[in-house]
Ligand binder design. Structure first.
Ligand code: ATP
Ligand code: MG
Ligand code: MG
Length: 349
């Protein structure tokens, strides 16, 4: 059988490895950090850094295809790996999504709505951006942000200089504040031969900048469900994408606004593990391994809740709940804000 190489051994790499194992495929995970959650399930683990080119070469030689659980893989490592094995999703998806400015420009050029945005490199460009976009607005680092990190809100009376200082010299974008009714996401998959399958949109609620719950079905007015799915399919087609992508959307009076895209399996798609015959992890493995996509139709209503930090204290209670499927990541150290697991509450219709 084929061997899937996975860059990144966090919970996403772990759940990808589990899905691959179910399909009889083996996984080799590459992860520089200690005690990666994927270690318990991957067939093979390399704990070298991305600057260790010999380790990267050995990794590539041992696998048939390379995929990843995070988008910030160093460019040098990608340059090396892509000469040796196919990387799926491909470089274009990574190039576009590693940088918020590139990503927004790509989406706008596709004709999709985004928040108004402008490039910010210094005090003068920040002032120009504020003049053009207005406030409230959000200043975000262009790269490496997640879980709301590297973001600061600019209210009409706040000090732009302080916000800029928070960026610590990193290139940033200013985004106009979108007045949304709700946030949804589409988890979309595209196979090697171009077929597209989207999971039902889920509705996302954040707490302290971190995803708290995803509920399916999302409450959407007529038309927006298909708009969301068609829009996601367009993004995948434009990138000649292979694999699963998370597309985060704001629902506004004027329609859907794209917040951001993630070229990988996505936290807001964890509900699919208990709401679909084939979940996002299997769908991703199928796509990158060149299999046909599976049936991602939703057969139940689900509320996915992230278990973050001390939420782990509730695990014993959740384990007794007959409607809850628990997914724990095997992390030994609990820290505030750390994603430890998730609970899928399944409501059979
Ligand atoms: P993730 O963990 O999803 O990758 P992130 O750090 O990349 O998060 P964003 O998705 O850009 O952050 O923003 C986090 C949340 O902040 C959004 O889900 C939304 O609730 C809010 N937000 C971000 N940008 C805007 C905006 N332009 N207008 C209104 N709200 C916003
Ligand atoms: Mg993000
Ligand atoms: Mg986000």
């Amino acid at each position: 059988g084929a061997v899937i190489g996975i860059l990144g051994g966090g919970q996403l790499g772990r759940m990808l490895s589990m899905a691959a194992a179910r399909l009889g495929l083996r996984c080799h995970v590459f992860e520089p950090g200690a005690n990666p959650p994927a270690a318990q399930v991957a067939d093979r683990l390399t704990t070298a850094g991305y600057d260790d080119h010999a380790a990267l070469r050995d990794f590539a030689a041992s696998v048939d295809v390379i995929t990843y659980e995070f988008e910030n893989i160093p460019t040098d490592a990608l340059d090396l790996l892509e000469k040796l094995r196919p990387i799926r999703p491909g470089r274009e998806a990574l190039r576009v999504s590693q940088d918020r400015l590139t990503e927004k420009t790509f989406l706008r050029d596709l004709g999709l709505a985004t928040a108004p945005y402008a490039d910010v490199t210094d005090a003068a460009s920040l002032q120009r951006a504020i003049d053009a976009i207005g406030r409230p607005a959000i200043l975000k680092t262009r790269r490496f942000g997640y879980d709301g990190k590297g973001q600061v809100r600019l209210d009409p009376d706040s000090d732009p200089a302080a916000a800029l200082a928070d960026m610590a010299g990193a290139p940033a974008v200013l985004e106009g504040f979108v007045r949304f009714d709700r946030e949804i996401s589409v988890i979309a998959a595209r196979g090697l031969t171009g077929e597209v399958a989207c999971f039902d949109p889920g509705e996302n609620v954040h707490k302290d900048g971190i995803l708290h719950t995803t509920t399916v079905p999302a409450q959407l007015r007529p038309g927006l469900r298909s708009d969301a799915i068609l829009l996601a399919a367009r993004i995948l087609g434009a990138l000649d994408y292979v694999g699963v992508m998370g597309v985060e959307l704001f629902v506004t009076d004027a329609g859907l606004v794209v917040n951001e895209i993630a070229p990988r399996v996505h936290n807001s798609g964890h509900w699919t593990q208990n709401g679909c015959v084939v979940d996002q992890f299997e769908q991703h493995i199928r796509a990158v391994a060149g299999w046909p996509l599976g049936n991602g139709a939703r057969h139940a209503d689900v509320v996915m809740e992230n278990l973050i930090g001390d939420d782990m204290d509730r695990v014993a209670d959740l384990a007794r709940d007959p409607d809850v499927a628990l997914h724990l990541y095997g992390k030994t150290e609990t820290r505030p804000g750390r994603k430890m697991g998730h609970a899928n509450r399944v409501i059979h219709r």
